[in-house]
Design a binder for this molecule. Structure first.
Ligand code: DX5
Ligand code: ZN
Length: 227
């Protein structure tokens, strides 16, 4: 099968952001998201320094992992000094740990630390940070998370500059033979999913659209675009 052919068969991975779930019923919400066809559970951690908001952290992840151990926990650290917390999140049950390029950390050593814990490592950039800052990490990171909203809150509008940024990063990843995935996060719904998937996104994070839907399965199906 040609490369184009195999690409056409490929479906995006859907990662459900718990930020918009019913936080009093996380076990039920995680199980519902998996039953509706979500592949990963996206766990947004905000510290009130890196972001203007505070969410949840290590004990909550530990409780989720204990309640639903079969889920893949895609942890998004929107915190300063993520290297100080990587082991705690790893021990709590994270499968993938993504931190921000803009956080106060040594990017190489934080990627290596996460990988030494046996977890997948991702690096994220905010909408105003150029994707080119990620190029030195093509061989070391497992995933690049392009924020399509400003980190801090669910339910924001998709940044319309994002498709060009995704396309640029995808073409560099392909040209350099990197295996890193591109994840997009913020404002993903049935209208924006085909745009980011066409641009080259491999993983789509969606929160308010999935957890706010009357029919969660129909919502997840509407995000899953073949390319
Ligand atoms: C924003 C978070 C996102 C957010 C996505 O800081 O990283 O994961 O919850 O939410 P929606 O899909 O509602 O934009
Ligand atoms: Zn996120």
């Amino acid at each position: 099968m040609s490369v184009l052919g195999s690409n056409r068969q490929k479906e995006a991975i859907i990662s459900a952001s718990l930020l918009s779930a019913d936080l009093c019923s996380l076990e039920r919400e995680i199980k519902s998201a998996l039953a509706a066809g979500c592949d990963w559970i996206h766990f947004d951690v905000m510290d009130g320094h890196f972001t203007k908001n505070i969410s949840y952290g290590i004990p909550v992840l530990e409780a989720c992992k204990k309640a639903v151990p079969e889920a893949f926990y895609d942890v998004h650290l929107m915190v300063d000094k993520p290297d100080c917390f990587a082991k705690l999140f790893s021990d709590a049950g994270a499968d993938m740990i993504t931190f921000h390029y803009e956080a106060m950390t040594n990017v190489y050593s934080t990627v290596n630390l996460i990988k030494s814990l046996g977890k997948k490592a991702g690096i994220s950039v905010k909408p105003d940070t150029p994707a080119s800052v990620l190029y030195p990490y093509f061989d070391s990171a497992d995933m690049f998370l392009l924020m399509t909203v400003e980190p801090g809150f669910g339910g924001q509008a998709f940044d319309k500059r994002s498709p060009e940024k995704i396309k640029g990063l995808k073409s560099e990843i392909t040209a350099r033979g990197s295996k890193a995935l591109i994840e997009v996060d913020g404002g993903i719904n049935a209208s924006t999913a085909p745009i980011v998937t066409d641009a080259g996104a491999d993983v789509l994070v969606s929160g308010s659209y999935i957890f706010g839907a009357e029919d969660m399965k129909a919502a997840v199906d509407s995000l899953r675009v073949r390319r």
